[in-house]
Design a protein around this ligand. Structure first.
Ligand SMILES: Cc1cc2nc3c(=O)[nH]c(=O)nc-3n(C[C@H](O)[C@H](O)[C@H](O)COP(=O)(O)OP(=O)(O)OC[C@H]3O[C@@H](n4cnc5c(N)ncnc54)[C@H](O)[C@@H]3O)c2cc1C
Length: 554
């Protein structure tokens, strides 16, 4: 047995829904603070012995991500369309959530991210707003997250980064061929590449081994425990307290409330699909930027007819998306990019929006190769290579070892029309409504992506690529589906009419309910939200523990 075991007749101090980036941190902080904690996680409890290197199993058959055969999703661009089944979003579905199989880029936001609305002004048709906190409020928690989770990087190497109070706890990962070529091209253009901060151990750390450079980070679990998921960093500490139970295969369908409008616990389906009620004094939703909203919308009652914590009508609204663009370069000599971590160099010269460009938006560009062999052969090569036969085989042999890519991670403007709702028709394998995603790109998001493709191509050409090709950015055929960065559907703010939670994730409408995950974001930054999700979780957990000790949440 790993941690505590509570009876479902026992009222625990905290019920945490979801054990991913935020949920793992929340569980650890609350258990270490002395509270009893049950974490309900819909996915299984896998460990390093369960992980493997099978591309089809992990990249195609959803071994670690949400499976639309069991939990269907529909997508439409606009409210007036009928949504069609499509895997529009992708997230980790096991203990550790997205941190188990993510690529592990770990970026802090910039100071300007917190007040872009004040800097750039109103953008018509959007809900572009400032955050209710500033970077300085979060800085100590970024530092804590980097230390506790285990991040490798080189503080101060990025001239555009926000001030930091401590260096990264681990040195950066060794540079790969793509990083060397990226540096060569970027420096020729006067840009400032720097070693990528990643949640992967460059050296042994706190009882875990260093990265073995197997090359299977994105979409795979790490057999070395070198990827700093919550599964291997904070969850074991939570369990060790003897006060935290991680309960896998527990799919929450409703947060229950009483006549006073307080939450009392949650109803979930166990592994045998039996309905179980777990009572708790306080509920913290950490189910991610889509599933927390879905759960609130499903938790309607007489007192909360629009869904729980939804007096503003904003639960599910302002969904922000994983926007980005990708260009590839073919080089004369083998790069053998299939080895080691996906990303070793980044640049943030284009991060800030700039009014002179004529649109809002910015991005950061990283050098990587995140294709595995089958995926590359099917969709990674340029259009002019043969599609079958001996010439196709030859092309795969030539391109796979000699290609690198540049990926720009770009802004996604918040708009109420982009949202999560309950599909009126489609049901999942438990009889619950499927998630319906409504999302269309703001024109500035698209212009920004097109502008950044040109920047990627310049760098690849300056690096000496023999051939450069880019993937389309037109929304009609956009290559970023499914979205993996889920942000904004329970945004934080001061005004309860314009936001769902305060800056600690406290629901404006419910005394003992918190929502702490990617849904709290007010703006999208330039993607890679996990560092900020975890910093926010550390900050919220400290506040929640203080309020609970003071008897404020009962
Ligand atoms: C392939 C891939 C690569 C990525 N790479 C990066 C990267 O390099 N850098 C970066 O910053 N981000 C990356 N991300 C995104 C990152 O994984 C997420 O931003 C992050 O994990 C979100 O944290 P969270 O706490 O909001 O939710 P999650 O980590 O998604 O955790 C939510 C948990 O809640 C569980 N859950 C949901 N609903 C229920 C329910 N009803 N009942 C019980 N449990 C439930 C889920 O199963 C999940 O385990 C990547 C994502 C993917 C898919």
């Amino acid at each position: 047995m790993r941690g505590a075991q509570f009876r479902t007749s026992e009222t625990v101090d905290f019920l945490v829904v979801g054990s991913g980036a935020a949920g793992g941190v929340m569980a650890k902080e609350l258990a270490v603070a002395g509270f009893s904690v049950v974490v309900l996680e819909q996915g299984p409890y896998l460990t390093e012995q369960d992980f493997g290197h099978d591309e089809i199993k992990y990249a195609v058959q959803n071994a670690l991500t949400n499976n639309t055969k069991l939990q269907p999703i529909t997508y439409r661009k606009h409210e007036n369309e009928v949504a069609k089944p499509l895997k529009a979003i992708e997230y980790g579905r096991q203990v550790g959530g997205g941190t188990v199989h993510f690529t592990a880029n770990y970026w802090r936001l910039h100071e300007s991210d917190f007040n872009e609305r004040s800097i750039y002004g109103e953008i018509p048709g959007t809900s572009f707003a400032d955050w209710p906190i500033r970077y300085s409020d979060l800085e100590p928690y970024y530092t804590k997250a980097e230390e506790e989770i285990g991040i490798s990087g080189l503080g101060g190497a990025n001239p555009f980064e926000a001030p930091r109070s401590k260096p990264y706890p681990l040195p950066p990962m060794p540079v790969k061929s793509s990083g060397v070529l990226f540096e060569r091209g970027a420096k020729k253009l006067g840009l400032h590449p720097y070693p990528a901060p990643v949640a992967i151990l460059s050296q042994p750390y706190r009882g875990r081994g260093a990265c073995a450079h197997c090359g299977m980070c994105e979409l795979f679990g790490c057999e070395m425990k070198a990827k700093s998921s919550t599964l291997v960093s904070v969850i074991p500490i939570a369990e060790k307290t003897g006060r935290c139970e991680i309960r896998p295969n527990s799919y929450v369908r409703k947060v229950e409330t009483n006549a006073k409008g307080h939450v009392t616990g949650a109803i979930y389906f166990d592994e045998q699909k039996r309905e179980v009620f777990q009572p708790a004094k306080v509920v913290v939703l950490c189910a991610n930027g889509v599933e927390s909203s879905k759960l609130l919308l499903m938790s309607k009652s007489k007192l909360f007819p629009q869904g729980l914590a939804n007096s503003s009508g904003l639960v599910g609204k302002n969904l922000m998306w994983d926007n980005g663009t990708e260009s590839c370069g073919l080089f004369e000599h083998p790069l053998n990019e299939f080895k080691s971590v996906q990303v070793t160099r980044v640049l943030q010269d284009y991060y800030d929006a700039d009014k002179r460009r004529g649109f809002y938006g910015g991005g950061a560009i990283d050098a990587r190769f995140d294709f595995y062999p089958a995926g590359f052969a099917l969709s990674g090569m340029p259009d002019d290579v043969p599609k079958w036969g001996i010439d196709f085989k030859k092309a795969v042999g030539q391109y796979f070892t000699r290609t690198m890519t540049l990926l720009a991670h770009t802004t996604s403007l918040s708009m109420e029309r982009n949202n999560v709702s309950l599909d009126p028709e489609l049901k999942d394998a438990w009889g619950l409504p499927g998630v319906r995603i409504t999302y269309d790109w703001h024109p500035d998001d698209v212009t920004n992506m097109k502008w950044l493709v040109e920047r990627e191509r310049e760098i690849l050409q300056a690096a000496g690529a023999q051939k450069v090709w880019s993937f389309p950015v037109e929304p009609a055929e956009v290559n970023v589906m499914p979205s993996r960065h889920l942000m904004g559907t329970c945004r934080m703010g001061i005004d309860p009419r314009r936001s769902v939670v305060d800056s600690f994730g406290h629901a404006h409408d419910v005394k003992n309910l918190f929502i702490v995950d990617g849904s709290n974001f007010v703006t999208s930054g330039r993607q890679q939200p996990t560092a900020t999700i975890q910093a926010l979780a550390y900050r919220a957990a400290e506040h929640i523990a203080e309020r609970a000790r003071a008897g404020d949440l009962g």
